[in-house]
Design a protein around this ligand. Structure first.
Ligand code: MN
Length: 265
């Protein structure tokens, strides 16, 4: 088995080491292709107006090949799949992100987008996130937990060959985790805010922050939601599909039927 490991926190982040170890525990041939620098919240961005440099790093954890890319998480995946790997991998894992990717944050996430990008090439993919932004968050045991989850996922009967999941781990001792809940993205959690400040030379600036109070007000307590699973000490596993068309919204169809573009010119 061949596994591609990537992330958005950068190739030197502690979380990717955990995922690299998890991939090695599965006995896989491991390729780490990840951004040279921190690339969180880069979403599905790709580089198009400048070259993408890639450099091989020395082995640090067993036999994995490690390549740092001056680009976004999606650049890494595209480069790995099109140019760097000798063959298509059997699996792509992204993370472990430092911070949860729950609710609307899935759309900002470079971690989730990297997995989604690999999925678009037909590679089964899993994004992993540890649901805490605390600087002293504990990584111990997350490699074992991810390896165990991956074993289950690889053995599962999927409805499609190219499956895609976003997995969030609660930021507690892995031995205290209550289980795994298959969840859906909480559509209501919006905690985005800006703190307004003034720079030393008198200019106004805004510091983007996550506002827990604001998020709490928007929160709906449905046990199926990813946010609720994490709050209750479960691993949240969200099956994903990148398809934004909404054919259940036919309201505009009649209004458009009689529209003749030629007549407005
Ligand atoms: Mn990140």
């Amino acid at each position: 088995m061949r596994i591609l490991v990537t992330n958005d926190d950068g190739i030197g982040a502690p979380g990717i080491v955990m995922l690299e170890r998890a991939a090695q525990r599965l006995g896989a041939e491991v390729y780490v292709v990840a951004p040279e620098r921190q690339n969180s919240a880069q979403s599905h961005a790709i580089t198009i107006h400048q070259p993408v440099f890639a450099r091989e790093l020395p082995h640090t954890h067993g036999e994995a090949r490690r390549i740092a890319v001056e680009g976004t998480p999606c650049d890494c995946v595209r480069l790995a799949l099109i140019k760097l790997l000798p063959e298509k991998p059997d699996l792509c894992v992204s993370g472990i992100n430092h911070g949860g990717n729950l609710g609307w944050n899935i759309f900002f996430s470079g971690t989730v987008s990297a997995a989604a990008e690999a999925h678009s090439f037909g590679v089964p993919s899993v994004a992993f996130s540890l649901a805490s932004w605390a600087p002293d968050v504990k990584w111990e045991g997350t490699d074992l937990l991810c390896a165990a989850l991956l074993r289950r996922l690889l053995a599962a009967k999927h409805s499609r060959p190219d499956w895609l999941y976003s997995v969030n781990l609660p930021a507690i001792d892995p031995r205290e985790v209550k289980g795994v809940r298959v969840t859906r993205q909480n559509p209501a959690v919006k905690g985005d805010n800006f703190v307004e400040r003034e720079s030393p030379d008198g200019r106004r600036y805004f510091w983007p922050v996550w506002d827990e109070m604001k998020a709490a007000h928007a929160r709906h307590d449905n046990p199926d939601y990813d946010t609720v699973a994490i709050r209750e000490g479960f691993v949240s596993l969200t099956p994903m599909r990148y398809e934004v068309s909404d054919m259940n919204e036919p309201g505009v169809k009649e209004a458009m039927e009689s529209f003749q573009p030629g007549k407005v010119m």
